[in-house]
Design a protein. Structure first.
Length: 300
């Protein structure tokens, strides 16, 4: 391996430390404790794990964590009523509705019912528009984490060629907006892109957010490029024993690390940054709600 390893686990711990310091100051100087409400509808096992770890880390940085666990058959009206209550609650600064929602609930309607100022996932249509027009917004956590790692590694990203593989609303599109905001020349590649290897080979920065195990091989990577692997894919790992699995990203780590200048691992890269950025967004939302200075370096 020749690439520098960008250690998301260590970086995320640093971000959580900064958030904790800011929370401590808010509480000591202003008597304010940021509050994050997480709403989970149903019992999807993966969502339950995410919600538990979000709650634990929220408390660890000194914020209030409020969890609302609703039955799988909760009506849209009841869910919207809960969100309206949280919107009006001055002790709640961030609201996150865990996705995916059960099929009978309209995800867009639910997300757009959250007060944009409390939309710490950055999925509300107002925040999407603000980000797209370069205005102050709540920024989706996963792309924000990727941007923080890129800025930390490179300093300025100005003028760099960036290729984002994937055009989802939660990762690909906001990632492209953020890179554009930092003056990269951005290409968004997707399932219909012609000659993807050639497109990726032009990039100084590659962000892979596809959801296909190890689909980007090393010979697509320009020597010295920075590779950010957002993908989380579970594959069989017979080497660990019968029936065992392991997590891999969207890039083939070994072959890409032999060519890239820097690369994030999976696990331990983008993943830990996502929750750290959720906490960062909550403290940012709290500061904005109270007309106080925002923490440095924790927003786009
Ligand atoms: P998605 O399914 O919504 O979007 C996938 C995108 O990949 C689509 O835009 C599609 O056009 C593109 N795509 C599909 N096949 C392609 C191909 N062959 N070539 C090029 N592009 C192709 O997925 P998502 O929600 O954006 O998530 C992407 C991956 O990132 C998943 O593995 C997901 O688990 C992971 N993820 C990780 C985190 C984290 O915290 N690390 C957060 C969100 C998503």
């Amino acid at each position: 391996m020749t690439a520098t390893l960008i250690d998301g686990k260590e970086f995320a711990a640093r971000v959580r430390g900064q958030v904790a310091e800011h929370v401590a100051r808010l509480t000591a100087d202003h008597g304010i404790k940021p509050g994050l409400a997480v709403v989970l509808v149903g019992e999807d096992p993966a969502s339950q794990v995410y919600v538990r770890s979000k709650g634990k880390m929220t408390v660890e940085v000194g914020m209030n964590s409020v969890e609302h666990k609703l039955d799988v058959d909760t009506s849209e009206a009841d869910l919207l009523a809960l969100i309206a209550k949280l919107n009006a609650d001055p002790a709640i600064h961030g609201i996150l509705v865990q996705l995916p929602l059960p099929g009978h609930l309209d995800e867009d309607l639910v997300i757009n019912s959250i007060d944009p100022a409390k939309d710490v996932d950055g999925f509300h249509i107002s925040n999407v528009g603000l980000l797209g027009t370069g205005q102050k917004s709540m920024v989706p956590c996963t792309p924000l984490g990727c941007l923080m790692m890129l800025r930390d590694h490179h300093g300025s990203l100005s003028g760099m060629d960036a290729v984002v593989i994937g055009r989802s609303n939660i990762v690909g599109k906001p990632m492209a907006q953020l890179l554009l905001g930092d003056s990269c020349t951005v290409t968004i590649a997707h399932s219909r892109t012609r000659d993807l290897p050639d497109v990726v080979r032009r990039a100084d920065i590659v962000v892979a957010a596809v959801g296909r195990a190890q689909m980007v091989p090393g010979d697509w990577i320009k020597p010295g490029a920075t590779v950010i692997d957002v993908g989380i894919n579970r594959i069989d790992a017979p080497e660990k024993g019968a029936g065992k699995t392991r997590l891999v990203g969207d890039v083939d780590f070994d072959s890409c690390a032999a060519v890239a200048g820097a690369i994030t691992p999976v696990p331990g890269g983008v993943g830990p940054m996502t929750i750290a950025c959720l906490l960062a967004n909550t403290v940012t939302a709290c500061c904005r709600a109270n007309g106080l200075a925002e923490p440095e370096g924790l927003t786009a």
